[in-house]
Design a protein. Structure first.
Length: 324
């Protein structure tokens, strides 16, 4: 009888790795390469000799905290909990929460750039909502753009003013993510009209101008912009199955969702962001969360599935652990 070896062969060693190399993207050249001290499986690429593990290329790389706890804390931040509240709830230091939020925001930004490519005809709606950064004396604007057909949140931009240059930067956040613009609408901000005339002159575009007396809405004016009439824009809206009247209901509903889910955007509270970088990171996380994870009642699925950029509804953990 042959002597048996005391060496334990891991089951993961007998399986063929399915992870591609994060550097050269070669899948057949990847083999198992032992374990780390914490028991995490390591891999090596025979082509470029790069070593990596399952956390490489994700926000959890080089973090000792369990993935489940990090995802739980980040989820709490996009579900209307502030940093102080989440720190008390999960017994985590605020600086660690900020670190995880920054990591998740950077990863979600790359996910959105890689995945959000809407090829179906879109109807764009633009709007802005205000918040505060650092103190109530510093008003901050969040520019938002949404596709009214698939309800996909295409882009956002943060700025301290609503100038033409800031509007140009805002347009760059969503123009690369759409291929066919069937029409567009916005509020009465003149920067939208000027940019649409320069960049998308052939797209039917009109504006909704709302007049208020105090806090009461007294009049709604449909304003023609460029050669296309309001009737032309309403014809596109009817053809896409969005109703018959010119409106900006989709982007206004998105703004209401933002204020409902993000504590930093709540009005008349002290939860506003103290640093613009933290606000931007959380906005990127929620943009991915909104597009890939939140099921819309009107659609019956997520905006990403409706737009054809995702095969199924995803969890935030799947978004954060997916490599880009």
């Amino acid at each position: 009888m042959e002597p048996t070896s005391n060496k334990i062969i891991s089951v993961s060693h007998r399986k063929k790795p399915s992870l591609p190399c994060p550097q050269c993207k070669a899948n057949p050249s990847v083999i198992c390469y032992g374990f780390q001290e914490n028991g995490l499986q390591r891999y090596i690429c025979k082509s470029c000799k790069a070593t990596f593990n399952t956390k490489t290329g994700t926000p959890f790389a080089r973090l000792r905290t369990a993935i489940g706890k990090v995802v739980q804390c980040v989820t709490a931040l996009v579900e209307n909990q502030g940093l102080r509240n989440a720190s008390r709830t999960f017994n985590v230091k605020r600086r660690e929460l900020v670190n995880w939020m920054q990591r998740a925001g950077d990863h979600c930004r790359r996910v959105l750039d890689a995945k959000i490519k809407v090829t179906k005809p879109t109807f764009l709606e633009f709007d802005e909502l205000y918040t505060y950064v650092h103190a109530r004396a510093f008003l901050h604007y969040t520019w938002t753009c949404v596709d009214a057909v698939s309800k996909t949140w295409l882009g956002f931009h943060l700025s301290f003013e609503r100038s033409f240059e800031e509007a140009k930067t805002f347009f760059k956040t969503f123009e690369k993510r759409v291929s066919t613009i069937a029409g567009a609408s916005s509020d009465g901000l003149p920067q939208y009209a000027e940019l649409m005339a320069k960049r998308h002159a052939s797209v039917p575009f009109a504006q909704i101008v709302k007049k208020h007396e105090g806090r009461r809405l007294v009049e709604v004016i449909k304003k023609q912009v460029g050669p296309h009439t309001v009737a032309d824009v309403e014809f596109v809206i009817t053809k896409l199955g969005l109703g018959t009247e010119l409106n900006t209901s989709a982007v206004e509903r998105l703004n209401a969702t933002l204020r409902s889910y993000l504590a930093r955007l709540n009005r008349r509270t002290l939860k506003f962001s103290k640093h613009v970088g933290n606000l931007k990171a959380l906005m990127f996380v929620f943009q991915a969360y909104y597009n890939f994870c939140l099921k819309q009642d009107e659609l019956g699925t997520t905006p990403a599935v409706a737009a054809g950029v995702s095969p199924r509804l995803l969890s935030l953990r799947q978004v954060l652990t997916g490599r880009v």
